[in-house]
Design a protein around this ligand. Structure first.
Ligand code: CTP
Length: 253
């Protein structure tokens, strides 16, 4: 399951009585660019182990939890690679927005996980997102919707070559998502590639940091982690309103 909420063993999941608004990071990029791996590395490097576990938490959420539910006819199309999962209309924008707002207000939220084999939301396996210090929200179109884009404190774009992405996507869809080669390639050429060019790639300009080569770029990830640390340190010194003006605008290209 890819949208895992990582939580520290802090009892009821509520670090303290103070309502904290998390540092919200958007992570966009084309399919199979390495968004999930970048999130995982950021989470690892924020080294929850050495932090006071009653104070710190880092959580990663996937935009897939906000796909809208399909009708039976749409599911039949999806099975053959004939449904466009890369178009903004495939997502429930309102639910995404209200969930992120709840998270920013320090509330616990529950979101469904996503089942690629059935192309449906899995309400049996709800992910509980507890109030956290840092929340990463990753997906192909997290910067597409203006009012959602405006919620992020930091915006990252994982920029990996399209041939590398296709070479990763084909075996992933066949091995992990139960697809056959024909359907994967039909879907890629009909929807994934054109939608990347029309909807995802243009959102790169909104990023604070562009990460070339994705998760292999340890220098970029180190810099990002340092920035998050600075923000969190600053906030613990100055209270939850923290100094948001710490933004850096790094274009690593
Ligand atoms: N998708 C699909 N079938 C579905 C739902 C989504 O094939 N039922 C595909 C869409 O075509 C879209 C992709 O899933 O292109 C979005 O997931 P992706 O970004 O590839 O996966 P992540 O693990 O979030 O990203 P990364 O590989 O960058 O870590």
């Amino acid at each position: 399951r890819k949208s895992d909420a990582l939580r520290l063993p802090n009892g009821d999941g509520c670090p303290n009585d103070e309502v904290k608004s998390p540092f919200l990071i958007g992570v966009a990029g084309g399919t199979a660019s390495g968004k999930s791996t970048v999130c995982k590395k950021i989470m690892e490097q924020l080294g929850q182990a050495e932090m006071d576990h009653t104070q710190r938490q880092v959580v990663s959420i996937s935009q897939d939890s906000f796909y809208r539910e399909l009708t039976a006819a749409e599911k039949a199309k999806a099975q053959k690679g004939l449904f466009n999962f890369d178009h903004p209309d495939a997502f429930n924008e309102e639910l995404m927005y209200s969930t992120l707002q709840n998270i920013l207000q320090g509330h616990k939220v529950e979101i469904p996980s996503y089942d690629y084999r059935t192309n449906s939301l899995d309400f049996e396996n709800m992910l509980i997102i507890y109030p956290a210090d840092v929340v990463l929200f990753e997906g192909i179109l997290v910067f597409y919707f203006p009012k959602i884009r405006d919620l992020f404190h930091m915006k990252l774009f994982v920029d990996t070559d399209s041939d590398t992405r296709l070479a990763r996507r084909v075996p992933r869809d066949i091995n992990e998502r139960g697809r056959d080669l024909d359907a994967v390639l039909t879907q890629y050429m009909t929807f994934v590639k054109p939608a990347f060019e029309e909807f995802c790639s243009p959102t790169k300009k909104f990023a604070d940091v562009i990460i070339p080569r994705g998760a292999d770029n340890t220098v970029a990830i180190d810099l990002i982690v340092q920035h998050i640390r600075d923000f969190l340190n600053n906030r613990s010194r100055h209270g939850s309103t923290g100094n948001m003006a710490l933004y850096m605008n790094l274009d690593l290209n």
